[in-house]
Design a protein around this ligand. Structure first.
Ligand SMILES: *Cc1c(COP(=O)(O)O)cnc(C)c1O
Length: 423
């Protein structure tokens, strides 16, 4: 038995499914998880000493690569001052100023501890601001595990959502309406049916939790126009795209302004951080300034802020990192598409910036229904092949591949050769 197997066996006795977040269990790829001992740059090493070129990057935060020196040093230095005070601190002011000073339509921001919390709080703020209850989300978009967002579409577009998890009461999802990603008509239909009841539309500006599904031309602009027309709050869930597509995230990349934006992942550089922010008149509804309650014992934690500030400062001061990362993504994912075409493989490669995904289907993927046509057994085989060659991919089909500044073109060229040999 390997050390990873032995540890996982122990984990299964004392942690549900052996993991603290389901996808880590490797369930859909028919493997036991590798227990990761350390990571530096683009590589992770497991407890057995196997080294992997990592395309998960902690699900996004590691945009500069693992163990980035400026981040590590900032954390060590912050630790020396004490881990948490439960009081206001300088670093959280600097973090808020950095974000509000760099992203044009973020006037105010509140720090929280995860993406889930950021989304849950942004929705509460939107509801408090509008005095309305209903929200629209898109099938295949993931917004964390809060009750109202663990929802499946009802039988018709107009019917209330049904819980997508045991333990979520029907009442928690009754105000969550589901629309089809990249289909403005499905959103218009909901606004037609409930013109004065919709508080917010929440969307991943690039779908990155059903594989990768970029927005069709005009989709985000159309959502902007509908929200403005009906007085609803447009929320971009930028937990993945924020500080990844560029410093100003999807808003800057696509030139569409949301009213509220949620952040996570990159903003904490690997520490548990989330944030929501946006227009002043909405954010001023949040307590203690306004009537929308939201709080957190460890929110704005000084060590977490130090990590995030260090990473965001590097990203802000070096915009060329984004140019290179996005060019690298275009070349790498474009090359995979080219290889698949040459081999006549029924494979779709979707990409946006440094995010990409391979679907094993002949059908173009533009929403959740088409994403689901991918042959997940083929993905599992591909995953196992890559893992056995030292490449660590997301252990599930409906996830993104994350490139970081630490992946070199030489390393990526090696991965392309492996893919060519496989397809
Ligand atoms: C990861 C993710 C979340 C949830 O963030 P957690 O930190 O896991 O709670 C929310 N929205 C999107 C788009 C995400 O990718």
């Amino acid at each position: 038995m390997t050390k990873s197997e032995e540890l996982f066996k122990r984990a299964c006795e004392v942690i549900p499914g052996g993991v603290n977040s389901p996808v880590r269990a490797f369930g859909s790829v028919g493997q036991t998880p590798r227990m990761i001992a350390s990571a530096h740059g683009a590589y992770m090493t497991d407890e057995d000493g196997n080294r992997y070129l990592d395309f998960v990057g902690s699900w996004g935060p590691m945009i500069l690569g693992h163990d980035y020196p400026a981040v590590r040093e900032a954390v060590i230095s912050a630790c020396a001052d004490g881990l948490s005070f439960g009081a206001a601190t300088r670093r959280e002011v600097e973090m808020a100023e950095l974000i509000c000073g760099s992203i044009p339509n973020i006037d105010m921001v509140r720090m929280v501890n995860s993406g889930t919390e950021a989304v849950m709080s942004a929705i509460r703020a939107a509801r408090g601001f509008t005095g309305r209850d209903k929200i629209i989300k898109f099938m295949g978009c993931y917004h964390g595990h809060s009750d109202a967002l663990l929802v499946q579409a009802g039988s018709g577009v107009m019917t209330a959502g049904i819980p997508d998890s045991a333990g979520v009461p029907q009442g928690c999802t009754k105000d969550t309406l589901s629309a089809v990603y990249n289909d403005l008509a499905s959103v218009e239909q909901l606004f037609d049916a409930f013109p004065e009841e919709i508080a917010a539309v929440i969307v991943e500006p690039v779908g990155a939790n059903m594989g990768v599904v970029p927005p069709a031309e005009g989709f985000l602009e159309g959502l902007r126009a509908l929200c403005t027309k009906y007085g609803a709050v447009l929320i971009f869930d930028e937990v993945i795209t924020g500080f990844r597509l560029g410093f100003s995230g999807a808003q800057g990349f696509f030139g569409v302004d949301a009213d509220l934006v949620t952040y996570g992942k990159i903003i904490g550089a690997g520490m548990p951080v989330g944030a929501y922010g946006g227009k002043r008149e909405i954010m001023e509804c949040v307590a203690p300034r306004g009537p929308v309650y939201q709080a957190g014992t460890l929110s704005g934690n000084p060590v977490a802020m130090a990590a995030g500030l260090a990473q965001l400062t590097v990203l802000k001061e070096h915009p060329e990192i984004y140019d290179e990362l996005n060019k690298k993504g275009q070349w790498f994912f474009g090359s995979i598409r080219q290889i698949a075409r040459e081999c006549g493989a029924p494979v779709q490669v979707n990409t946006c910036g440094s995010l990409g995904c391979i679907f094993f289907t002949a059908e173009p993927v533009h929403d959740y229904e088409s994403a689901k046509t991918s042959d997940t057994k083929k993905y599992a085989e591909y995953f196992r092949y890559m893992l056995s060659h030292g490449i660590y991919l997301a252990p599930a089909q409906f996830e993104a591949m994350f490139l970081s500044a630490a992946h070199t073109r030489e390393e990526l060229a090696g991965v392309l050769e492996l893919i060519r040999a496989y397809v």
